[in-house]
Write a protein that binds this ligand. Structure first.
Ligand code: KIV
Length: 273
């Protein structure tokens, strides 16, 4: 459990996140995709749980985030909302559910809110998706933006390398951040961009900016749960800090169970009826 002194029982809302930014309190966000781990993440006192489309990689084993469907995202978000009491739950809108057609974007967002119980949606992209964002917001659905490395566009970028190192891309990102704030997004994720640029965005916009691989000058941080717990060992970017080595722990526990079964050490007389 966290040792900070903030109120760890009051429900987190988009309004509370805005207040946190105003008083300089950092926002802690993690992903979760299932009931059991979302229960623990919420009990530990996290502020925001993102049901990320990284579920495509982490839960389904796809090589990218592109194949995950709206139905699958709703399923994972429902598993999470069934567990969560305090954190704000944000659900990613998957690839193909909002680009190009704002009416379709709105009906996808409405399905997420009605069927999963999530409290907000996240959308990748800048001015090119503003029409969709505005239509979703007009239905009273809070939207979190996502700029920088946007994994749904991997086929356009061709690489997961750091984004916006050059002046032109940095200027577009700044303009997009302002446009998303103006449209009414309640927060922004900045993924894998230079720390100085992320710090500038967080200073220029009034909404909370949550970074992943974007340095410490932003208003909060997000990591993928399985990465920071050391369950997923095949992913080691510079920005990732591992807080546990659960892969070793889990393999060890399962190895002990296999040994006990093979040696008839399990079940013991006390573990039988
Ligand atoms: O899908 C995801 O997990 C994300 C985070 C990396 C921000 O979008």
């Amino acid at each position: 459990m966290s040792t900070n002194t903030v109120d760890n029982t009051r429900k987190v809302t988009t309004m509370r996140l805005a207040e946190m930014k105003q008083r300089g309190e950092k926002i802690a966000m993690l992903t979760a995709y299932d009931f059991s781990l979302a229960t623990l993440v919420d009990q530990a006192g996290i502020d925001v749980i993102l049901v990320g489309d990284s579920a495509s990689n982490v839960m389904i084993g796809n090589p990218t985030t592109l194949p995950i469907t709206l139905d699958q995202m709703i399923y994972h978000a429902r598993c999470v909302t069934n567990a969560v009491r305090r954190a704000l739950v944000v659900c990613d809108m998957p690839f193909g559910s909002y680009q190009g057609n704002s009416k379709e974007a709105l009906s996808s967002a409405i399905r997420i809110m009605k069927e999963s119980g999530a409290e907000a949606v996240k959308i990748e992209g800048g001015c090119e998706v503003v029409e969709s964002i505005e239509r979703i917001l007009s239905a009273g659905i809070p939207v979190m933006g996502h700029l920088g490395l946007t994994p749904q566009s991997i086929n356009k970028f061709g690489t997961y390398a750091v984004r916006a190192r050059g002046e032109a891309e940095a200027q577009k990102l700044l303009a997009d951040a302002h446009r998303l704030e103006e449209a009414g997004c309640f927060a922004l994720v900045l993924e894998k961009i230079p720390a100085a640029l992320a710090t500038q965005v967080a200073a220029e916009v009034s909404i909370p900016v949550i970074g992943i691989g974007a340095g410490s000058g932003v208003d909060g941080q997000v990591l993928v749960l399985q990465d920071m717990l050391g369950i997923n060992q095949g992913f080691s970017p510079k920005f990732l800090r591992r807080y546990a080595d659960l892969a070793t722990t889990i393999r060890g526990a399962i190895g002990s169970y296999i040994d006990d079964v093979k040696n008839v050490d399990f079940p013991s007389p006390e573990e039988q009826y």
